[in-house]
Design a protein. Structure first.
Lengths: 187, 162
């Protein structure tokens, strides 16, 4: 069973094979938690988001077309969950404020761990958290999750051309924020 | 087994999370398609009326065209409902179909042009004349007639009284 592709595993799950669901979780758990964490900036919340995403994956698996790419479908569900969480909690803690606090904490933690580094990566991460959310989502998927434009388009539900636009605009915004860093070396 | 996997597998084994059947998704998709089709038909018909009723109401204009006359004979309520229906149809298209793969503004523009074109063709065909005196559609076509619609004094009904 472990040799099966994601789409074959999804087909097995559609037939009611719970072992296939376990293998899907094994394969994607860390990636989905990491992706959610990048969007919500909180590891515990990211785990909740991932859990909800896997539950929805199981619940709605019959709607998945096995001719399509499973990982894009799963990331789309996780993306929606994370965005829903951010929207619902906007009233309690402003998104910008949450991002600011989370990135300050991240920056502090990372700075302590990587005293030998110049902090460029941290500056970059902080700057990424400050750019518009749609550009940030595209940058995260392209450069942290290493997704192709086609997959990003599927996940964000935008045309492929728009993904390119988002990424180039994100780079432009980052360049403006980080004039002392050559963005191209990192993204 | 990780904690998350453990939790999820327990929920699945305990049947706390239920898989939706394939027929549920087929049915949902069919509902969306039927609603969209019905909405577009309704919008085309209403815009057709918004062209046909003023055309019939004004008739062959003698003594020059007047904007205030046109404003008075346009069935604004039909036009408003049509625009609202079109807006809902676009929202359903965006939310529930794969139109996100195309630039949505282009989708909106193309569909709007097609809807206007279809409405125009319908308004200038003789379909409205054929059905306007038949029940239950008669009331829809009577809105500009004296004593029935809100705009007494305009339309062929008034002219017929003279």
């Amino acid at each position: 069973m472990k040799r099966l592709t994601d789409e074959q595993l999804a087909a097995k799950l559609q037939e009611g094979d719970h072992e296939a669901f376990g293998l899907i979780i094994d394969k994607y758990e860390s990636a989905i938690v990491r992706y959610a964490n990048r969007l919500v900036n909180d590891h515990d919340i990211a785990e909740d988001v991932a859990q909800e995403a896997f539950i929805k994956t199981y619940r709605d698996i019959q709607s998945f077309d096995t001719k399509r790419k499973f990982s894009s479908w799963l990331y789309r569900i996780a993306h929606n969950e994370a965005i829903d969480y951010i929207r619902k909690n906007k009233r309690i803690v402003g998104l910008d404020e949450a991002i600011e606090v989370a990135s300050e904490i991240d920056l502090h933690k990372t700075a302590q761990k990587n005293l030998d580094k110049s902090g460029t990566k941290d500056k970059l991460e902080k700057a990424i958290n400050k750019i518009s959310s749609k550009y940030r989502e595209a940058v995260i998927l392209r450069f942290y999750e290493e997704k192709e434009y086609e997959e990003i388009a599927e996940i964000l539900h935008v045309p492929i051309g728009t993904v390119g636009t988002y990424i180039s605009r994100a780079k432009k915004e980052l360049k403006e924020q980080l004039s002392d860093i050559n963005i191209e070396d990192y993204l | 087994m990780t904690e998350l996997k453990d939790k999820l597998m327990q929920k699945v084994e305990a049947d706390e999370v239920k898989m939706r059947s394939r027929s549920f998704f087929v049915f949902t998709k069919a509902i969306v398609e039927v609603v969209l089709f019905a909405l577009f038909i309704l919008v085309i018909y209403l815009i057709n009326l918004s062209i046909y009723l003023p055309k019939r109401g004004l008739g062959p204009v003698g003594g020059g065209f007047r904007w205030n006359m046109l404003v008075d004979v346009v069935p604004w309520n039909y036009l408003l409902i049509g625009a609202l229906g079109l807006g809902i149809a676009f929202w359903i298209l965006y939310r529930f179909t794969g139109t996100y793969k195309k630039h949505f503004l282009i989708v909106v523009t193309v569909i709007s042009v097609l809807v206007l074109l279809a409405s125009g063709i319908l308004a200038f065909s003789n379909l409205n004349e054929k059905i306007e005196n038949k029940q239950p559609l008669r009331g829809i076509y009577m809105m500009d007639r004296p004593g029935v619609g809100p705009r007494d004094g305009f339309g062929p009904g008034m002219r017929n009284l003279k």
